[in-house]
Design a protein around this ligand. Sequence first.
Ligand code: ADP
Ligand code: MG
Length: 212
Amino acid sequence: MIDTRFSSLPLSGEMLANLDSLGYKSMTPVQAQSLPHVLKGKDLIARAKTGSGKTAAFGIGLLSRLNMRKYRVQTLVLCPTRELADQVGKELRRLARFTHNIKVLTLCGGMPFGPQIASLEHGAHIVVGTPGRIQEHVRKGKLKLNDISTLVLDEADRMLDMGFRDAIADLAEQTPSNRQTLLFSATYPEGIQEISRDFQRSPVKVEVESHH
Ligand code: ADP
Ligand code: MG
């Protein structure tokens, strides 16, 4: 049997206390199957439906792996829409709230550039956003991807449906090749398997049943 206690993972006391205060009593199935590998820095491709707790399945792992001595963008989370990026940004901030000074920046299209550029100039550890807008910040030289150690493709099937295949490839190619790449999707169409082949190294595969 898989251990579903958060305390079975190599997490800090602050993280365990925060999970307890959030009322997260035990890991959801996708978390229990993903987190041990995510924490070891492995690549992972996970299929699980909406509401299964995918954000914490990558979020707890990437927060624990941040190098807090480096005030650089180390994690890039790509999401299909502004709404989803905002949700992920919020959840990451909640997960990080007992861990001091972790800066999460959300950068999405349809918003003015000025404040986003000002925030980037202040710096961040984690950037969450939509692929097109992230590409524009990279093109303008406002966001550097050379310190990225973890790339997350959240709701990857929806990003492909929205035509972000080339943007994802462009961004992935600009990050260091030894990065960790985590791919989350509700479905596995051919395009997802292609992305996984192109941008992941021996990913751990996680599939969670869609019924309870
Ligand atoms: P998904 O990305 O799979 O659609 P989310 O990451 O948005 O799911 O999580 C769905 C909800 O479940 C959120 O409100 C989140 O705070 C909550 N949640 C996540 N993990 C746990 C847990 N281990 N225990 C209790 N609630 C959780
Ligand atoms: Mg999600």
